[in-house]
Design a protein around this ligand. Structure first.
Ligand code: SAH
Ligand code: SF4
Ligand code: F3S
Length: 470
């Protein structure tokens, strides 16, 4: 792998010229065929990438559809985090053979984390011959050039070289939502947790310049966005690689200083890099939402060590304590892996103890899934699938009970919530988010959409809260 490259603005401009060239070609096709379908798997990082792919496609003259029969271009943005994610992609791509038989002119593109793995790229090359273009996250910035080439000279293109990764500014964006927006502040990951594929497919940590991030947030606020999430695999190590190094707390302060009525969230934080300074900054910055997603993965120190997480259970709990002291109503969420290779029945109990001690508001729980080329994939894994599943069920049952209790404690309170969506529920026509990002189903009419409103919480269950406009 070589060093991080910065894609120059001239190179991005050249891509926009390819967009115009494609638009000229497409202008000769019947209008109803100028449609693209972008299907996204995986995390917010992938959602953010798909917004850029849509941005490019729009410049190429395409509108959007969710119907693969009508799409001239199909782009599937894939995820590799667990086996299940890959199986779904291969299943759906396999089914496209029949669609393409009916529409031979269709261009099928696969991108994202899954295809950046050599074994997956090989499988696509050999057994999925109806796929025309395959490109990894490192090649996204040159998507227009690749589409242009495919439309003018037939053949297949694979752009999946292993790279440290790049940063490209100025790629157009078509956002999916008009209230909440993602802003990537950095790309890649340096942590190499033993189970995780992300560092292999997303390259090394690299930070966008603060001025680029601030300009993007400012523009979003001007456009009326109310809820902005700063994205990175490990936002707490933001800025270390910048020409003028700065830390994440300093970036938060600067985003917080942008005028306007909006909320700032961020994810993901790594416990080893979450500092007292960060907690103090969160407490001080009025726009930073009182919520922290802090994955701890496992509650046992031996397991954490083999996972290469580089923090202990005690350090984790200390940090949570410090944060709760500063922000008593902080909403806490976490990620947990059940059944990491070699985790014993007793070690799993330590994970349950952390749940009882911290009392998270919600959890994202996963059964360990071996990933090609990661250290954990070659570790002994004696526990049976059934036993892992039983542990998983105990974990989710315990968390469900805690979530239900925590939600019940909201009843009677009035909170300033962001009305962020509509629902077809006859009684609760709106969805809203509490400052800590808990879902509230709210009785009310669509005119409140996009506003911060006082909401009185009238009830709850383990998944959500219910309320009315106060
Ligand atoms: N960068 C983030 C999370 C990235 S992946 C972080 O460090 O927290 C999101 C979650 O998927 C991880 O937190 C982990 O809980 C889970 N995960 C990652 N690899 C996995 C694997 N091989 N099997 C099961 N779960 C996994
Ligand atoms: Fe994966 Fe660990 Fe990096 Fe998160 S911090 S993306 S879990 S390697
Ligand atoms: Fe995200 Fe999946 Fe890639 S979780 S970073 S899309 S492997």
């Amino acid at each position: 792998m070589d060093r991080t490259t910065v894609i120059s603005s001239a190179e991005v401009q050249a891509q926009l010229a390819h967009c115009r060239a494609v638009a000229q070609l497409a202008a000769q096709w019947p209008e109803e065929t100028r449609l693209a379908f972008v299907d996204t798997y995986g995390c917010q990082q992938n959602e953010a990438d798909s917004e850029r792919i849509r941005g490019y496609l729009k410049q190429m003259g395409f509108g959007f559809t969710d119907d693969e029969e009508r799409a001239r271009i199909i782009v599937i943005n894939t995820c590799a985090i667990r086996e299940h994610a890959e199986q779904r992609v291969f299943g759906n791509v396999g089914a496209l053979v029949h669609v393409k038989r009916r529409h031979p002119e269709q261009l099928i593109c696969l991108c994202g984390c899954m295809v950046q793995q050599p074994h997956a790229a090989k499988k696509l090359r050999e057994s999925y011959r109806h796929v025309d273009l395959v490109f990894g996250p490192h090649a996204l910035w040159k998507f227009p050039e690749m589409v242009h080439a495919l439309l003018t000279q037939r053949g297949r293109t694979f752009s999946v070289e292993d790279e440290a990764g790049s940063i490209a500014e100025g790629i157009p964006v078509v956002r999916q939502d008009s209230i909440r927006a993602w802003v990537s502040i950095m790309y890649g990951c340096n942590n190499f947790c033993a189970y995780c594929i992300v560092p292999y497919v997303r390259g090394r940590e690299r930070s966008r310049r603060p001025e680029d991030i601030l300009a993007e947030v400012r523009q979003l606020v001007e456009e009326g966005y109310k809820d902005i999430t700063l994205l990175g695999q490990n936002v707490n190590s933001y800025g270390k690689d910048l020409e003028k190094p700065m830390d994440f707390s300093a970036l938060l302060e600067q985003v917080n200083a942008i005028p306007g009525d909006f909320l700032i969230r961020f994810m993901t934080s790594h416990p080893k890099d979450a500092t007292q300074k960060l907690f103090e900054t969160m407490a001080r910055c009025e726009k930073v939402a009182p919520v922290l997603h802090l994955p701890f993965q496992a509650g046992n120190d031996r397991v954490l060590k083999v996972m290469n997480r580089r923090h202990t259970r005690a350090e984790y709990l200390e940090k949570i304590k410090a944060l709760k002291a500063l922000i008593p109503d902080i909403v806490l969420t976490s990620d947990i892996i059940v059944g990491f290779p070699g985790e014993t029945a007793e070690e799993f109990e330590d994970t349950l103890k952390v749940l009882e001690e911290v009392r998270f508001d919600a959890l994202f729980t996963f059964i360990y899934s071996p990933r090609h080329g990661t250290p954990a994939a070659s570790m002994d894994d004696p526990m049976s699938r059934e036993e892992k599943l039983a542990n998983f069920n105990r974990l989710t049952a315990l968390q469900d009970a805690i979530s239900e209790e925590k939600h019940a404690a909201y009843t009677g309170k009035t909170l300033r919530c962001l009305i962020d969506g509509l629902s077809d529920d006859a009684r609760y026509g709106l969805t809203a988010r509490t400052p800590g990002n808990r879902l509230v189903r709210v009785a009310g009419d669509p005119s409140a959409l996009g506003q911060f409103r006082e909401v009185k919480i009238t009830g709850s269950n383990k998944w959500s809260l219910f309320g009315e406009l106060a």
